[in-house]
Design a protein around this ligand. Structure first.
Ligand code: SF4
Ligand code: SF4
Length: 109
């Protein structure tokens, strides 16, 4: 059985693109931040291009709004409640060539 070891390089939080958030995740993130879900949706999300889902906002460079790079150390500011999309990469989903951009690796358990 192979287990993925994340090197915490933060690259997957810097790629341009949507970070989908589903309703249960919106509730969890809003509760974690101590704000009403409606306020979180209004201020921190946008529609995906297909208008089917909500996505977290990005910074101007395309990286996720919740990526902190304090003292050069990448960290997710909502790590305990980060969306499924973030938790599942790359074990449950990935894309061709992902290993060239991800510092992690699969190792024998
Ligand atoms: S929510 Fe956290 S883990 Fe997900 S992309 Fe943003 S910074 Fe990265
Ligand atoms: S790109 Fe890979 S190694 Fe880097 S933080 Fe994301 S999953 Fe971990």
């Amino acid at each position: 059985m192979k287990k993925f070891t994340c090197r915490r390089c933060g690259n997957c939080c810097r790629w341009k693109g949507c970070v989908k958030v589903f309703p249960d995740e919106v509730d969890r993130i809003a509760a974690f931040l101590g704000v009403p879900a409606e306020k979180f949706i209004d201020e921190e999300t946008r529609l995906t291009p297909d208008r089917m889902h909500l996505s977290l906002l990005e910074k101007e460079d395309g990286s996720c709004r919740w990526l902190s790079e304090e003292n050069g150390v990448p960290a997710c500011l909502i790590d305990p409640v980060k969306p499924r999309q973030c938790r599942d990469f790359p074990e449950k989903w990935h894309f061709p060539g992902w290993q060239d951009k991800c510092g992690g690796s699969f190792e024998e358990d």
